[in-house]
Design a protein around this ligand. Structure first.
Ligand SMILES: Cc1cc2nc3c(=O)[nH]c(=O)nc-3n(C[C@H](O)[C@H](O)[C@H](O)COP(=O)(O)O)c2cc1C
Length: 137
């Protein structure tokens, strides 16, 4: 049986990343292509200058992905909330977008930053708000 893992991380976006359709489409485009190839699935949420993302897949594929993403100048200060082994995937497409309203995110945060969420809180928030797979973006 293939061992699967889920990694949840937060980082600070640089410039207009996450605030323009183009910048989001560029990230989703690469994610769609590479994650599909590597059998990685996930979801991401941009909020208030930060991005929260969950990715699921085999450990080696996640390690390669995170090495690539960590070096990406479109964001900084990456903090990993958790990497845990999982029985089943929670996210089904190569990279979905979370469409939660800013107000809903703020309610969950309750004064905290995304980086201060617990991993289960972050995952639950991401699972509650998937709007479209990357292919449709
Ligand atoms: C916040 C953020 C999240 C990203 N997520 C992914 C991802 O899930 N999958 C992926 O392949 N690239 C992702 N990228 C892009 C990678 O950093 C990198 O640019 C890309 O994988 C390079 O792919 P390419 O060599 O096919 O162009 C992300 C970038 C940022 C800034």
């Amino acid at each position: 049986m293939i061992e699967l893992y889920r990694t949840v991380f937060v980082s600070k976006t640089v410039g207009v990343v996450g605030q323009t359709t183009l910048s989001i489409a560029q990230i989703l485009g690469a994610a769609e292509r590479n994650n599909r190839r590597d059998h990685v699935t996930g979801v991401m949420l941009f909020h208030d200058g930060r991005v929260l993302q969950a990715v699921e897949g085999r450990r080696a594929d996640l390690d390669r992905l995170l090495t690539r993403v960590r070096d990406d100048p479109r964001h900084t200060e990456m903090c990993i909330l958790a990497t845990i082994p999982i029985q089943t995937r929670r996210f089904e497409t190569p990279m979905a977008m979370c469409g939660l309203s800013s107000a809903s995110v703020e309610r969950t945060l309750n004064g905290r930053t995304l980086c201060e969420l617990s991993a289960p809180e972050a995952e639950n928030m991401l699972a509650s708000c998937i709007v479209a797979p990357a292919a449709a973006a």
